[in-house]
Design a protein around this ligand. Structure first.
Ligand SMILES: CC(C)(COP(=O)(O)OP(=O)(O)OC[C@H]1O[C@@H](n2cnc3c(N)ncnc32)[C@H](O)[C@@H]1OP(=O)(O)O)[C@@H](O)C(=O)NCCC(=O)NCCS
Length: 173
């Protein structure tokens, strides 16, 4: 069990969502395809729109972990309404602040997303990609039922070094 509250963030708190995401990208660059430098350039309107879309479940959901009123973790999922791919959702932007790790918060966030996705009748499968060397994240996803389905070699290039991506999937129904 985790001490954190798992919440859907009200759009008025978009600034906190921005700060947490930027911290994630800066602290753990190997874990995400978006670079910190790229995200720093987003206009505030982008953060506002994303937080509102996730609140209204317009093609995305985001869950946040809150401890004593402060955001300490997040996880997102998105899907499209394109006919051929609308049965597939993708989990992304999973992050827990370093001093709150190992307490079940990441698992609670991702399980919360899976529960939300199960309630959407069109979604049958959830996919994600994770840097192959990210053992904590791979173990987290495995524990929640995701299975490895393949690798993309040298999919990320960060400061001149290449990283493979590991693809994982979970069938919801
Ligand atoms: C991956 C991450 C989200 C895990 O969050 P967390 O809150 O520490 O995870 P939890 O405490 O909920 O752990 C759940 C399970 O994940 C696995 N796990 C988590 N941390 C682990 C670690 N350091 N080593 C091995 N397994 C780990 C375990 O299976 C654990 O279950 P258990 O406690 O029953 O053994 C966190 O380490 C993080 O934010 N990392 C940086 C960003 C990142 O890698 N995001 C994922 C991008 S795909």
């Amino acid at each position: 069990m985790t001490e954190a509250l798992i919440i859907v963030l009200h759009p008025s708190r978009w600034g906190e969502a921005k700060a947490l995401r930027l911290q994630a990208l800066e602290n753990d660059p190997l874990a995400f395809a978006t670079s910190y430098e790229e995200a720093l350039e987003y206009a505030d309107e982008v953060w506002r729109t994303r937080t509102k879309a996730a609140f209204e479940r317009e093609g995305a959901i985001a869950l946040y972990a809150e401890v004593d009123g402060t955001l300490v973790g997040m996880a997102g999922a998105g899907w499209s309404d394109r006919r051929k791919t609308r049965h597939v959702a993708e989990v992304y932007a999973v992050y827990v602040k370093p001093n709150h790790r190992g307490k079940g918060i990441g698992a609670a966030l991702v399980q919360g997303l899976l529960d939300e996705l199960k309630a959407l009748p069109q979604i049958e499968k959830v996919k994600l990609s994770v840097t192959g060397s990210n053992e904590a994240a791979v173990a987290l996803y495995r524990r929640l039922g995701f299975e490895a389905v393949g690798n993309a070699r040298r999919a990320l290039k960060i400061d001149g070094r290449y990283y493979d991506l590991h693809y994982m999937e979970l069938w919801l129904r």
